[in-house]
Design a protein around this ligand. Sequence first.
Ligand code: GLC
Ligand code: GLC
Length: 635
Amino acid sequence: MSAPLDLPAVVRELPAELRQTFELRVERWWPDLRSGLAGVYREDEAGVLESRLLRLAARAYTERNPELRRLDEARTLEPDWFQSPRMLGYAAYADRFAGTLAGIAERLDYLRELGVTYLHLMPLLQPRPGDSDGGYAVADYRSVRGDLGSMADLRALAKQLRSAGISLVLDLVLNHVAREHRWAVAAREGDRRYRDYFHWFADRQLPDEYERTLPEVFPDFAPGTFTWDDSLEAWVWTTFNEFQWDLNWSNPAVFAEFADLVLFLANAGVEVLRLDAIAFLWKRLGTNCQNQPEVHALTQALRAVVRIACPAVVLKAEAIVAPDDLVHYLGKGRHRGKVSDLAYHNTLMVQVWSMLATRDVLLATRTLQRLPAIPPTTAWITYLRCHDDIGWAIDDADAGSVGLSGPAHRAFLSDFYTGAFPGSLSRGLVFQANPATGDRRVSGMTFSLAGLAAASTEEDQRRAVARIVLAHAIVLGWGGVPVLWMGDEIALPDDPDWAGEPGHEDDNRWSHRPRMDWERAAQRHDVATVPGTVYAALRHLAAVRSTLPHFHASVAPQVLDPSDPGVLAVLRQHPEGDLLALYNVTESARTWPGGRTLDLGFERISDTLSGASLEVRADSDLVVGAYTALWLVAR
Ligand code: GLC
Ligand code: GLC
C-alpha cells in the first residue's frame, strides 16, 4: 500500500531514512486514523481534519529530539514494554510528594528503591486560580504550575526519570477546560469560533431534556450539569464543577487542538497520557452521556496520530465505569486493541474492598469471570485506591447472581468502610451522598479503610496490616501495571487537616491526598514498625513479581470457582508453566483441595512468595493462612 497522501513539506525535507520511517508509520496507521474519524465526523470535516493532523504529526516528528526518537524505535521493537511484570507504578502530587519538580529529582532514589518504573504526577499544568479540582481545571496546557517549576524543569525531569528507567505519566484533561482557559475566555468575549468549542444553550429546553437522563458527578458541591454564564448569555455544559467547561468534541477543531497538545507533551518527554474523565467526552440526548461509541472512535484516531509521530507514547483511559462498559476502553469489536493501551481496573479495585468486607469471594469471582478478556496487546492499571473517592461500581445482575441485592450490597460497603456497620474498624468518609440514587461514595487512605486508624489492640493492628498486604498481593498479582498511591507503601494516615485548606473544605477527597511524611518513610527499613512491615511486604511482592513471566499482561487471569468461599483462586497459564494464585480474604486459616491442584497439572509446587516447597496430594488440602497470598508454580 502506498502512502495515502502527499507527505507534508517538513517531512519531504528530512534525510531519507527519517522520511522513510514516517512514511511507513503513516501507511501503518492511516486506516485506523481514517476509520476513527469516520466514526465521528462528516466526510468533508474528516477530510480537512486528517490533512491537518498529518501536518501536525509531521511537525512533531521532525521536532522530536534524538533521544525520544530512539525511544520510539526501541518501543516499536518492544511494543509490550508496558505489559512487563517489571512494571510498577507510583502516583503522587508533585508538591505533596516533593515540593517541586526539582524536588522530585531528589527523591529518585526512593522511587528506585521501591522498584518504580512508572510515575504518575498528578495535574501539574497551569490550573485556574483558586479551587481547581486538584488541578483538573487547566487554564494553560503549555505551561507548568508556577510554584512547581517551568516547562524546562518538566523536560529535565522527564529526562532524568527516563535515565532511571521510569516513565513519566501526566494527565491530559480533555473533557473540559477551566473557565479561565483562553478558549473559554474568547468564547465569553463573543468569539463565535471559540463558542463552538463548548456546549452552550440559550435557554433551559435542551439542558432540561438532557438532565432527565444525566447522573450527577458532584451532587453535593456542584449539583446539575449546566451552568449559566452571564457573558456567554447561555447555559454551558459543566459535568463536574461550574468552573470546568466541557468541550464540544463534535467540533473537529477541538480534536485538532488536543492532537497538538498531545504531541507537545510527548515531545516534552511524557510517555503515558492519562485521558482524564474520557467516558464523558460525547453527549447524546436520552442517554447518561457516558461511554458513547464516539468516545472510542475519537480515541482510536488520537492514538493513530500518536503512533505516527511518537510511538513511544501510550494512552491510558480513566473511565471509572460499570464492568460492562469498562472493557471497551481497551477496545472491543472493531476498536479491539486500537484505543487506549491502558485502563484503570476499577472493577477489580471495588471487588478487593468488597471481598475484604464480606470475607467472601463469590461476588468477585462471578463478576471477574464475566468480564471479557482484554486484547492481549493491552494492560490494566490495577490499584487499591487513588486520589479520587471509591464508587461501588457493582452490577445489579452480578450481585443478583450470587443472591445479593445490588443496592443493599452497595449500601453495606458504604456503611462498612465509613465505620457505620457494627464491628467495622474502617474509618473512611462519605463522599457525595446522593439521595436520588442512594449512592454514597467513600474517601480515605488505605490506612483508615483497612482498619489501621481504628486499631486499638495489637491484634487489630496486625490484622489491618495483613489486610493491606493481602489487598496489594491481589492488585500486584492480577497482571498489568499495579499503581501504588503515594503513602500507601508506608501505611500513611489520612490528612487530619484536609478541610482547613481554602477551597478544599467541601471536598473530602483531600483527606486521602496527604503530604508525604518523610519521617515515617525513614522507618521503612525497620520491620518492628507498621510502616516498615508494610513497606517490606510491598517491596517483596513487587520484587517477586518482577521475576515471574506469568504476570506479563498478555496472560489472561482466569478466576476459578472457589472451593472455600474465603479463598480467591486465580490461574495464569503461561507457556513456561502455570501459576496458581490463592488469596485468603478471611482472618482464619482456610484450605484449597489437593485434588484440584493435581487436576490443574501441578504436582510438586513451591510458593514464590514464601519460598516454601509444598507437597500436593489428592487426599489432603493445602492450607492458606489467614489473610495470606500464595503464588504457586510447579517446582
Ligand atoms: C477525573 C479526576 C478527578 C476529577 C475529574 C474531573 O475523574 O480523577 O479527580 O475530579 O476527573 O476532572
Ligand atoms: C470521575 C470518576 C468518578 C469520580 C469523579 C470525581 O468522574 O469517573 O468515579 O468519582 O471523577 O472524583
